[in-house]
Design a protein around this ligand. Sequence first.
Ligand SMILES: Cc1cc2nc3c(=O)[nH]c(=O)nc-3n(C[C@H](O)[C@H](O)[C@H](O)COP(=O)(O)OP(=O)(O)OC[C@H]3O[C@@H](n4cnc5c(N)ncnc54)[C@H](O)[C@@H]3O)c2cc1C
Length: 635
Amino acid sequence: MMSVTPFPEKKSTLDKKLQAVLDGEHAEIRNEAREFFSRPDMLPPQPGIPKEEYRELTMQWVNKLVEAGYSQIGFDAKYGGGGDAKKSINFIEILSHQDLSLMVKQGVNFGLFGLGVQNLGSAKHHEKYLNDIMNGRLKGGFAMTEVAGGSDVQGVKTEAVYDHATKSFTINTPNESARKAFIGNAAKHGEMMIVFAQLKMNKDAESEGVHAFLVPVRDKQGKILPGISIEDHGEKVGLNGVDNGYISFSNVKVPREEMLDRFASIDDKGQYQTDTPKKTARFFKMIGTLVTGRVALSVASLSAAKNALAAIVPYADTREVFGDILLNKQATQTRLFPLLADAYAMHFATRFLIDKFVAGSPEVETLAAALKAKSSDNAIRTIDEGRLTAGGSGYMAENRYGRMRDDIDVFRTFEGDNTVLRLLVARNRLTEIRKQFNDVSGLKKAIKMAGLAFDNATSTFDLGKGRTKESHLLNPAFQHDMFAKREAAMLYDMTQNIAKAAKKPGGAEAAVEKSQNDMIAYADAYAEKVMLEQFVKAVNEQKDPETKAVLKDVCDIFAINTMVKHAAWYIENGYMKPDKTRALADEAEKLHEKLRPNAVALVKAFGIPEALLSVPRPQAAVAPVKKTGTNGPKA
Ligand SMILES: Cc1cc2nc3c(=O)[nH]c(=O)nc-3n(C[C@H](O)[C@H](O)[C@H](O)COP(=O)(O)OP(=O)(O)OC[C@H]3O[C@@H](n4cnc5c(N)ncnc54)[C@H](O)[C@@H]3O)c2cc1C
């Protein structure tokens, strides 16, 4: 049995200092939200709450957000909103610690529906609807997905046929497989849907492409309107506070004014008008405005990962195993600390994403897709490892690991399936870097100019004697070089392979299809590079020496473990030799031990109210155990 070296407990304000860094300029709204969600009427529901009760409770919570003035924050100030998207996302991030059904229900209602009206509509829609939506007087949803179409949303089969005599559209679901599927707020509470349909100028005309229409589905008494059929999806794996349903339309008349017409409209003469004649370009412009959802999902997934860490780290810090503390065990540290570092890295990356989003930067679509995929994958892994680290306690419903895992699971599928999003990331980056797949010289030149020479794969930092020394491995310049080279090399290889394959029958599109595995791997390399860069930037910005040192350790854990994960790639591509990847793995273990005393402070810094955390009760609480290396609270 291991001997336990007593480690003097020291009073530390590290958690508070770290929380100030994480909260940044939005400490006020984040603290307000923490207080709001700690109210007894906002606490997460008990395990096993029946579906219908859960749905009503979630609806009541949404109404409370309205009453408290939180649902309005992100909407246009001209119509009564707060006009502050950044503040709204920070609020949603804290909300996501409470219950993911509420996160999704309010996201459907105010985000997909409300901001959909704001972003896809024009002034007439804003004046007519926005104030009612943000103030909870009009509840709605977003009906895009169809049973057969799935991720291929440009191919939806629902039709909206225009008739100039009545100045209206007739909306129809042509067959069973064209039913709108999984639609949030459909089964119970939604009164109006943004419906995505192929617009035809007459029934025999060719489609002008996918357009969005405002379609009432229920009256104020909750009665389903004529021509609308709704079927309840019933119980789901998770998110059972949200009422998802199928919707079909049979000859539903919609006035011309109810087409959301920011990108195309029908004029008074009954002519179709658009500034973007290409259907696909128009579709992607329209979809591009809906990126808010992916930004929100990235931060909500991060909050879920933080919940799991904030529950498990203090547990492991007090849980006795074989006469020692669980968190002192190397295996536990290796299990949890890379995930803790991922959460910190994702935190800083999502700040970058939010800034780009509010600035309307063109790269936001790619960034949001990459981080949404990565953040939701990280969350489910973190929850799962948290559950395993808690042992049997983790399997008890009261500790919420099961619900958290079941709720976060679908974050990998909706608002863009993660595989589909990763393919989108790679496509966008390929297009950004080079317009033509059959000409790689432009990319090669650009990469060389950026100092990422490919002809000599070996890093300039990787030459000489000290290449496995700690000072080298923890050098931010070396770490950045490894991340940046990997991202650039993968992009370059992908381009070259596609360019070669594009000369074969099927051309560039077939070549892209045959590169999916590379594209998916690339998207994560892109996300990881952003995560490292933003983390390093955050470390450099710190003035307080203790905060800076601890964040540097966490950043190193992220950098080193990510390189270890990709060791095979680095070796195969000639960037590292096996002695170096072994040195990295050893360094990771050293860093985990170094981090151990600060682990509890690092998760307390998330600032998650105790009331929202279902921390497993350690049996260690009844039998005092000698503690080593912790600043955390006593059991
Ligand atoms: C709980 C829940 C709530 C939802 N809420 C809404 C809502 O409010 N409104 C709405 O419109 N939709 C909603 N959706 C639908 C959601 O957006 C879709 O489920 C999602 O887009 C994926 O579509 P799909 O389920 O048909 O899967 P598919 O598109 O059929 O995907 C199935 C599999 O195929 C893979 N795949 C797909 N395309 C490719 C490709 N090109 N290459 C390689 N692999 C591929 C995917 O990775 C996935 O593993 C919701 C879904 C759920 C489960």
